[in-house]
Design a protein around this ligand. Structure first.
Ligand code: SF4
Length: 366
């Protein structure tokens, strides 16, 4: 695409963004920017971390709650891990919560967020995409963050596909990233790189959708090679997804007088540092001893059912066991009210505890 066409396209994208851009709680829209309001890097960072791997409707209540409770990076840095992990419960990918807290502490120690992508990348949990997103949105650095939406828009604009293999898709992604960066580079020196990034994100989310892109209202219609070929939905051609393996395990929900026993998982590893009911190891084969990992072997455990949960790399089938004990039972962990336990748990733990407390008739095995 010639430099002239590129500039024309950027103007069309900017006009569209001013009219059709989404209003989001963490966003400073183009009109507010015109009036001199600057995006708060703390809110940009918080939203980007929350939105990794989840949707805007799911992340928004968490964003609002964090913002209300911890309005600055300093207040988040001063919070306890127990409070942060409990507030994060339900957002998934708990290593991100650990990195979020570590990053807040690092930034509070430095006094403020660094203002360029290279320095942002040195912070915990901030990779190439997130650093580019914060640097462009909060500081207008002319660097292109490439999320799934931008990837789709740019791949269609330039008809960049792949042969469907992992290597082919990796190579295609590099070409897409180069074209996205060309757009950022074509902005004037004082151009708003953040507006461009957010405009492309919005375009992918609302117009250039994975299925049935609405090309007739698209601001880059004139420039789009996939549309000219009539092959919009052919792009991007990603590598075929691998089948998700299944793991099996057990969760043990111990109940006494309106309370549930939870334990904190080790800081590293899956669900690291989060509260959970005690569980067995999660393995590819079902354990021969169904009570492996149960607290108190003499306790009369009854199986109440099974919950399923999908993590990034595997699907989990979790047998849920329940037992009721009195105050004399000696077990390690923390007793929480039903309500507090459900609020503190990550989704998979909440499913297990909700099933155990849900009034289902316990079924005694053997
Ligand atoms: S013209 Fe259609 S395929 Fe091309 S960018 Fe716009 S919506 Fe996507």
């Amino acid at each position: 695409m010639s430099a002239h066409s590129l500039r024309k396209m950027l103007t069309a994208v900017d006009r569209w963004y001013r009219r059709q851009g989404r209003e989001l709680p963490w966003r400073v829209g183009p009109k507010q920017r015109d009036e001199g309001t600057r995006p708060d890097p703390y809110l940009v960072w918080l939203s980007e971390v929350m939105l990794q791997q989840t949707t805007i409707p799911h992340a928004t209540p968490y964003f609002d709650a964090f913002r209300k409770r911890w309005p600055t990076v300093q207040t988040l840095a001063a919070a306890t891990w127990e409070d942060v992990s409990a507030a994060w419960a339900g957002l998934g990918y708990y290593s991100r919560a650990r990195n979020l807290h570590a990053c807040a502490k690092a930034v509070a120690g430095q006094g403020a967020f660094p203002q360029d992508a290279a320095a942002l990348r040195l912070l915990p949990g901030i990779g190439p995409y997130t650093s580019a997103a914060i640097a462009s949105i909060a500081f207008d650095e002319r660097i292109a963050p490439v999320d799934g939406n931008i990837e789709r828009v740019v791949s269609r604009l330039h008809a960049i596909g792949s042969d469907g293999t992992e290597a082919g898709w990796r190579a295609a992604k590099q070409v897409i990233a180069t074209h996205a960066q060309d757009m950022a580079d074509a902005l004037p020196k004082d151009g708003r790189a953040g507006d461009l990034a957010q405009a492309l994100m919005d375009l992918g989310a609302t117009v250039c959708t994975p299925r049935n892109p609405n090309c007739s209202i698209c601001p880059v219609w004139d420039f789009c090679e996939a549309r000219q070929q009539g092959e919009q939905e052919r792009y991007p051609v990603k590598a075929a997804k691998k089948a998700t393996p299944t793991r099996h395990g057990s969760a043990f929900v111990l109940v006494r007088d309106g309370e549930v026993l939870l334990v904190r998982r080790p800081a590293s590893g899956l669900l690291g540092g989060m509260m959970m009911p005690p569980t067995s190891a999660w393995t590819e084969e079902k354990a021969s001893d169904p009570l492996e990992g149960a607290p108190g072997r003499r306790i009369a455990w009854v199986q109440v059912g099974e919950v399923r949960h999908v993590f990034t790399h595997f699907a989990l089938k979790l047998d849920v066991w329940r037992a009721d004990v009195d105050a004399t039972a000696r077990v390690e962990g923390e007793w929480l009210s039903h309500e507090d336990a459900l609020a503190a748990l990550p989704t998979v733990g909440r499913k297990a505890v909700a099933l155990a407390l849900g009034g289902e008739k316990p079924r005694r095995l053997n």
